[in-house]
Write a protein that binds this ligand. Sequence first.
Ligand code: NAD
Length: 344
Amino acid sequence: MSHLPLRIAIAGAGIMGRAHAEAFLACGAQIVACVDRNADRAHELAAASGGTAFSTVAEALREKPDALSICLPHSLHFDAAMEAVDQNVALLMEKPHCITLAESRTLRAACSQRGVLAMAGFTHRFLATSRTLKACIASGRLGRVELAVDRLVANALGDHAPAWYRDRALAGGGIAMIGMIHSIDRLRWLLDAEITRVWALTKTPTGSSEVEQTALALLEFSNGAQASLVAHRTPAPGHERSHRYEIYGEKLVAHCAVGSFALQEIELVGPGGQARETVTDDRPFITEIQEFTSALIAGRNATPDLLDAEIALGVVLAIYESAQTHQPISIQEFLGATATPNSA
Ligand SMILES: NC(=O)c1ccc[n+]([C@@H]2O[C@H](COP(=O)([O-])OP(=O)(O)OC[C@H]3O[C@@H](n4cnc5c(N)ncnc54)[C@H](O)[C@@H]3O)[C@@H](O)[C@H]2O)c1
């Protein structure tokens, strides 16, 4: 159990580091350290949030934070997390929490041996529309879910994407690793079922990018449901980021659109007519970080946890394997030593 206010260190003072710092402050926590190798960014965030600026995680950990929020390029997540766990510091890890299954297993084992709390930043679970849909599915209002169709399109040029998103060594993959991983986790959580098989195609444009800019995946779930996922980074100028998905239940169909977190729509279509909800004031990072801080204060586990993160990462890596081998991939075999909740 931790004392209040919680002392938080932020690793990575970029887009997500700033969003996390703001949400931690809104949850009553204190920011004690801001780490970035770009000194201007570290100082800017420290000045805005009240912490001290550092260039390394090791220096930030000397401030004895209760938790480290990891908002770095993907390939740096594992080392930063292991440094923190070594000092019994709790972790909030942006997705993907690691870029290999071996890293993930080592980290999970270290957290479990030391009893260190770790939560994965699958923000899409905390969107207002996701929570509405989760309640509809759990209550049986949609009926048995047969099919999900999910499409994420981001802009390759004018959007916020930092350059390292396209660097394989730092990002570990392209649009599947950074974007589709959210859809994978959200569907697994919404359907309360494990992904059993994956078929996939990916496309990497020659010369312009080191990582895939398109990923197409077909998923099969342990409850018989199926899903088709598309993620694409379009070079077309002026295209806004858009994320749409449909969940087809036996009784109702749910249509969801998440243009940005600040504009979400959910529509339920069925025999009783249509019900539509538009959300304009959602603060999913605060809801997510409330789950983390309340778990830390209560000394309980937080969800999504590192097993959820490892399964989502495993499915992304299986998508790459399927695209390369032109074969369907059995997720249970692919995950191997990862015991999935429904695999017993
Ligand atoms: N949950 C979400 O909705 C969501 C949305 C976007 C990004 N993300 C995730 O957040 C994480 C960070 O992404 P971002 O968009 O904020 O990237 P970003 O580039 O804006 O921020 C990363 C920061 O890390 C710093 N950095 C790089 N190498 C470093 C090093 N060796 N030591 C210290 N600092 C270093 C960079 O200078 C940069 O300021 C990624 O895991 C990404 O996938 C999550």
